[in-house]
Design a protein around this ligand. Structure first.
Ligand SMILES: *Cc1c(COP(=O)(O)O)cnc(C)c1O
Length: 390
């Protein structure tokens, strides 16, 4: 076996063009609040076919602003998937709202519309229906948005898509982020995600009111628009703080990197698909379950998650992980279920309510996948896995 250095599970791809785009901003008059952010917003908005885009300093901030724009408050409920990064749930806690979790679909590992429907019927009886549901497009594959949207109409909740993994993905042949079945969609541009701005995120929506409110709260709740002020301007210096907002702004430096990366989005997705297809073939005869693709979706393929068929193995899940790490393959687990986090355990979740998430957590493993990964590196991952499964 070829030796070599550690292969991470994900890694950014930064080109000479990206560096030039960033350098140009550094030499310009505007490091922040210049033309770069609106330009990046326009490129993502146009790609996705949504009416509005608001760039911010992280997807976590975008999720927070989404909840605020939809008026989530103490006493309200937000529901999401247990198999996600904690930010999908934390956004509710920032607003003082309560979090509940809906079990996953055993094939896609996304929030299950069937489990959601059952839980909604129960919640209606006990008078604690959610105000917001946050479907998470795990690994870049869209949730069943048509079904979730239909439930939203029936039970009266708003929908925020956590599409942190999914820019470049499609649902029913339309881009994820078009908000056809949701109020808001959120992307992350952290370096392990599909495209990067170092730190960064974006919120997309077709609703003017939500876009305006998110943009206002992104910058302290301050407006320079006379139409939104409580009194006529005292002079040209005048602005008003009309609400309590934050500094969640993206810089022009970050936006330039993002806009430059957007040009390679299609190439990134194609490369990820090529590598994922290659994994599918190379792993076909191993005791692992490879990712299932829903026919309605083109996944952005952010993650390549396999499930170990433990009944066919003499090693444990943990032993396989340890062996892979020892062989310098950066496998990971996306994610420790939210209800197992000590912070959420204190709120008091019952694991038994999430049998599919528990089974997933006992078997899942993300293999390295990123656009600059070579086939040689991928072959090394596969031989390591062969060895680790022995
Ligand atoms: C990465 C991620 C986030 C948070 O993104 P940041 O940009 O790091 O704040 C939120 N949700 C999911 C599902 C993620 O993977």
């Amino acid at each position: 076996m070829m030796s070599g250095s550690y292969i991470p599970y994900g890694r950014q791809d930064v080109t000479a063009d990206d560096i030039e785009a960033v350098s140009e901003v550094l030499r310009s008059d505007w490091l922040t609040q210049g033309p770069g952010v609106p330009r990046f917003e326009a490129s993502v908005r146009e790609y996705c076919g949504a009416a509005h885009a608001v760039a911010v300093n992280s997807a976590t901030s975008a999720l927070h602003l989404a909840c605020l724009a939809l008026d989530l408050k103490a006493g309200d409920w937000l529901w999401t998937s247990p198999i996600t990064f904690v930010a999908s749930a934390n956004c509710a806690r920032y607003c003082g709202a309560r979090v509940d979790l809906v079990d996953i679909d055993p094939r896609t590992y996304n929030l299950s519309p069937r489990a959601l429907a059952e839980k909604l019927v129960q919640a209606r009886k006990s008078g604690c229906l959610p105000k917001i549901v946050v479907p998470v497009h795990l690994a870049g594959q869209s949730c069943d948005m048509e079904a979730i949207h239909a439930l939203g109409e029936e039970f009266g909740f708003r929908i925020v898509e956590d599409a942190s993994h999914a820019i470049g993905g499609q649902y029913q042949a339309r881009p994820v982020g078009d908000c056809r079945f949701s109020d808001i969609s959120v992307f992350s541009f952290h370096p392990v995600k599909i495209i990067t701005t170092a730190e960064g995120g974006m919120l997309l929506t077709n609703r003017n009111d939500l876009a305006e409110r998110a943009a206002l709260l992104r910058t302290h709740g301050i407006t320079r628009d006379a139409a939104r002020m409580s009194s006529p301007p005292d002079g040209p210096w005048y602005y008003e703080q009309v609400d309590l907002g934050f500094n969640y702004r993206m810089t022009d430096v970050q936006a330039a990197l993002g806009a430059s990366q957007m040009k390679r989005l299609e190439a990134y997705i194609a490369r990820r698909h090529h590598l994922a297809g290659r994994y599918d073939r190379l792993l076909a005869n191993l005791p692992v379950t490879t990712p299932w693709q829903h026919p309605d979706c083109r996944s952005a393929t952010h993650l390549y998650i396999v499930r170990l068929q433990l009944a066919r193995l003499s090693r444990t899940h943990r032993q396989v992980f340890e062996k892979m790490r020892e062989l310098e393959v950066g496998v990971n687990l996306h994610y420790l279920p939210v209800y197992r986090q000590p912070y959420y355990q204190r709120i008091g979740f019952d694991r038994a309510a999430y049998p599919e998430a528990e089974r997933y957590y006992a078997e899942a493993m993300s293999l390295p996948l990123f656009p600059a990964m070579t086939e040689e590196q991928q072959d090394r991952v596969v031989s390591a896995l062969l060895e680790a499964l022995q």
